[in-house]
Design a protein around this ligand. Structure first.
Ligand SMILES: CC(C)(COP(=O)(O)OP(=O)(O)OC[C@H]1O[C@@H](n2cnc3c(N)ncnc32)[C@H](O)[C@@H]1OP(=O)(O)O)[C@@H](O)C(=O)NCCC(=O)NCCS
Length: 134
């Protein structure tokens, strides 16, 4: 979980989990794997190095984080990670899941829209999007 926590903190420094520090962020990913979270964490590897990762929870039905190393973006890794989340929810017989992102994070919104997520609401800071599991 350490390499994924490192990627997360570098890519998303302005989130509560990143503000709480590296150790906290690593624990968040570990907790996702505990049974009560009904979660998943999946990583993308290149030459044995973690270059991306995603997490989701079947308690909240949310994709809780996704990050790709800046050097490996726009190569289809994010799409593969979303496919892994689709597989997870399909196995749980969950037809719909959600993700929240900052309004200011326009590239994440472009990514989610490109993959077929639909915006369902926003507040002053965040956009919520929904995905029907294909
Ligand atoms: C969002 C993120 C995970 C996308 O990962 P990625 O590996 O670059 O995405 P992919 O290469 O699989 O892109 C999938 C599609 O989204 C589109 N897309 C990806 N990034 C985009 C961007 N910045 N602007 C516009 N479209 C984008 C791609 O064009 C691609 O469409 P295509 O297959 O038709 O070409 C990555 O940019 C990232 O880690 N960002 C920082 C962390 C973050 O913001 N996470 C989300 C917080 S909720």
């Amino acid at each position: 979980m350490k390499p994924l926590a490192r990627l997360h903190r570098a890519a998303l420094p302005d989130t509560i989990n990143s503000h709480l520090g590296f150790g906290h962020l690593e624990r968040v990913y570990r907790v996702m794997m505990m049974p009560f979270c009904k979660g998943m964490v999946s990583v993308a590897l290149h030459d044995g190095e973690v270059v991306g990762g995603v997490s989701a929870s079947a308690v909240s039905n949310m994709l809780t984080s996704i990050v790709v190393d800046p050097e490996y973006r726009r190569m289809g890794i994010g799409r593969l990670l979303v496919n892994a989340v689709d597989d997870f929810f399909r196995a749980k017989r969950t037809g719909t899941y959600f993700v929240e992102t900052r309004i200011a994070n326009e590239s994440a919104q472009a990514f989610y829209h490109r993959l077929g997520f639909t915006e369902i609401g926003r507040n002053r800071r965040d956009v919520t999007l929904r995905r029907e599991v294909p």
